[in-house]
Design a protein around this ligand. Structure first.
Ligand code: DC
Length: 221
């Protein structure tokens, strides 16, 4: 039987950095489910669909074939045969992903893909509903969070490093709050801590400390 580690939490909590590092330590596959929702969102934007056009999203979702592949150990997201990994990190795609991910057809399609992957491989999977819905039987579940301010500061520094000198910390913090609210209050699979998940608040922790904490949970299991 394959082994699964589920890491859920709000945007900017450091899930992908931590999940990638844990996967590397254990030689497991890292599955970034947010990237799958982003690839779908990218498709909807390409089709000229607006975030409130739910019927169009439902329909278009049938024509968006999302899969993942690994190149030099890195996850690539494939949309209808094309590697769209470089195009899905913008704020526009992130916002569309947050707004289109509550659509049941979108969730059903991606959830199935995620379950199939975890059935075949040992995975560290991160997202919003992994411990609660996608892998309710995961051997280890973590709810990784950090204060809104810490998360906004991390994003701000990331943008400055990318040369975006006009990044606005207050706007970033407001966007994070808005996205958290949407992800936590949607009807289907809202972001919440699974009953059996271990809460890790990374506000005052280094990446190494968080990785160590998660690896200790694997050893305990
Ligand atoms: O983790 P991220 O920022 O790349 O995710 C983008 C959006 O996708 C996020 O706002 C909510 C959605 N998402 C989801 O609904 N369920 C998941 N398992 C992962 C992401």
């Amino acid at each position: 039987m394959s082994y699964s580690i589920a890491i859920d939490g709000p945007a900017g909590a450091g899930k992908s950095t931590i999940a990638r590092a844990v996967a590397k330590e254990l030689s497991f596959i890292y599955v970034d489910t947010g990237a799958m929702y982003r690839a779908m969102a990218y498709y909807f934007l390409q089709q000229g669909i607006a975030e409130n056009e739910t019927d169009k999203i439902k329909n278009a979702c049938q024509h968006a074939d999302v899969s993942i592949a690994y190149k030099n150990g890195e996850q690539k997201v494939i949309l209808n045969g094309e590697d769209v990994t470089p195009y899905i990190r913008s704020e526009a795609v992130g916002n569309m992903a947050s707004k289109s991910s509550p659509v049941p057809e979108v969730r059903a399609k991606l959830t199935q893909l995620q379950k199939d992957l975890a059935a075949k491989e040992n995975v560290v999977m991160d997202g919003r509903d992994i411990g609660t819905c996608v892998l309710p039987k995961a051997q280890v579940k973590v709810y990784l969070t950090a204060s809104t301010h810490t998360r906004a500061m991390r994003r701000y520094k990331e943008l400055l490093e990318k040369g975006q000198s006009d990044a606005d910390i207050e706007k970033i913090e407001a966007d994070i709050e808005e996205r958290d609210y949407r992800d936590m209050h949607r009807e289907i699979s809202p972001l919440c801590q699974a009953k059996d998940a271990v809460l890790v608040d990374s506000s005052e922790m280094t990446i190494e400390e968080v990785v160590k904490k998660i690896l200790s949970l694997v050893k305990e299991d």
